[in-house]
Design a protein around this ligand. Structure first.
Ligand code: SAH
Ligand code: DHB
Ligand code: MG
Length: 218
């Protein structure tokens, strides 16, 4: 099974089930033009984030890792009316691109971007949050997860992106900080009785990867 088939099927699924959307497409074009790396979530994954926001009737969403705001737009569109999303981004240039994309999608009043390293800005976040999307530097995943959990309530959902990374996650001897971050995250979740989690492997236009979804129980 080749990655060409994964790509073709992913495109087929996106074209069939995910309506084309000018604001999202413009956001990607603007991100690319500004030189941002193309590491946004795929359209099918973005729509899942939107759906999760809807399923939890999200009034407050926390995102860690904004980039050009592609996933932010998907998530913010899933907010309940009057809801708010706060997204954390370390790189001012990324935040500037995201700010424009979010304004262009008419979501500026619902979205606040806080610029700075997430470990520095997280102490200023007010809970409770209904949904968290963790998608920044992978080495800090355990800390980000602990912050998201602290800000959550029973029924909140925490999603963590990029937990498979071409299968590198199973290398117990890895010294790669990202791999270590994901492995420490899994160990933390496994020992945390306040959450129940699963992880899904994915293939498609973003290669072979996966995400973890944790439900906050108490
Ligand atoms: N969620 C985006 C992709 C995020 S890419 C999407 O799917 O559209 C990861 C982002 O995390 C990058 O913009 C990077 O600058 C940011 N980042 C990296 N380290 C960070 C940190 N310590 N704090 C906050 N953001 C960080
Ligand atoms: C990278 C980061 C991501 O969040 C992603 O979805 C894909 C790749 C990266 O840092 O390479
Ligand atoms: Mg990601």
């Amino acid at each position: 099974m080749s990655s060409r088939v994964w790509n073709d099927v992913d495109r087929y699924l996106s074209e069939t089930l995910v309506q084309p959307d000018a604001m999202l497409e413009v956001a990607l074009v603007a991100s690319d033009a500004a030189g941002l790396p193309p590491i946004n979530v795929s359209p099918t994954h973005g729509k899942l984030l939107w759906m999760l926001a809807r399923l939890v009737s999200a009034r407050r969403i926390l995102e860690i890792g904004t980039l050009g705001g592609y996933s932010t737009i998907w998530l913010a569109r899933g907010l309940a009316s009057g809801g708010q999303l706060v997204t954390l981004e370390a790189v001012e240039k990324h935040a500037a691109v995201a700010r424009k994309n979010i304004a262009n999608a008419r979501l500026a009043s619902m979205v606040e971007i806080r610029v700075g390293k997430a470990l520095d800005t997280l102490p200023g976040i007010e809970g409770p949050i209904d949904l968290a999307f963790i998608d920044a530097d992978k080495q800090s995943n355990p800390e980000y997860f602990q912050w998201a959990l602290r800000l959550s309530h029973p029924g909140s959902v925490i999603v963590v992106d990029n937990v498979v990374r071409d299968g590198k996650v199973i290398d117990a001897k890895s010294r790669d900080a990202s791999v270590l971050g994901v492995r420490r995250l899994n160990e933390l979740i496994a020992q945390e009785r306040r959450v129940s989690a699963t992880a899904i492997q994915t293939v498609g236009v973003k290669g072979y990867d996966g995400f973890t979804i944790a439900l906050v129980l108490e």
